[in-house]
Design a protein around this ligand. Structure first.
Ligand code: SF4
Length: 189
């Protein structure tokens, strides 16, 4: 069975069940603000491409949110090019690859940016709140926070995965798209 495919109608549900926190945060912020700055659009957009959202669905997804904020015309003029570009349909036709954990963790989000790795870039208070919204119980939370304090961000993410799926993840998390596919293998065997 092939896991690397999602369609637009399933996206809300799989975002809840199988997106790692970095992508869940971007997804929720996009729905809330109907906007994301460039770094967030790249991080989430390439991840969605990696989980198998095709270009047509990707355009529909971003258009639905951005048009609520900037209007349809501005979306088509200023934003749709970059989405097609990410899929290698514009410019140099480079096929951009989804970001790894290492790349996301070492990014430097500025004011108003939503991209990055929450384990690294959130305040302790915001991280605890986000984990609790995800459904991490208080016991697992302390183990996660312990890893964060020791700057083991990917291990913190691995513990979150294990707490939410009730299973060990021996390989550890090293890529958001791996988090997604490992989750789908458990939830939809
Ligand atoms: Fe995302 Fe990786 Fe950070 Fe997990 S460890 S939240 S998958 S960047």
């Amino acid at each position: 069975r092939e896991y690397a495919e999602i369609s637009l109608k399933d996206i809300d549900q799989v975002a809840k069940s199988s997106f790692p926190l970095c992508m869940r945060h971007l997804f929720d912020k996009l729905k809330e603000d109907h906007h994301l700055k460039h770094g967030g659009r790249m991080q989430l957009g390439l991840f969605l491409k990696g989980v198998g959202l095709n270009l047509e669905d990707a355009l529909a997804f971003w258009r639905a949110e951005f048009s609520k904020k900037v209007g349809l015309e501005k979306f088509e003029k200023d934003y749709s090019y970059n989405i097609r570009h990410n899929y290698g349909k514009e410019g140099k036709r480079t096929d951009y690859t989804p970001y790894s954990c290492q790349k996301i963790i070492s990014s430097t989000p500025g004011a108003g940016d939503q991209h990055g790795c929450p384990y690294r870039h959130f305040s302790e208070e915001n991280l605890r709140a986000a984990l609790s919204r995800m459904g991490v119980n208080s016991r697992a939370m302390e183990d996660v926070m312990d890893k964060v304090r020791n700057r083991h961000y990917q291990l913190a993410c691995t513990l979150t995965f294990e707490a939410l799926h009730g299973m060990t993840c021996d390989a550890g998390i090293n890529h958001p798209n791996q988090y997604f596919s490992d989750s789908q293998k458990i939830l939809q065997p």
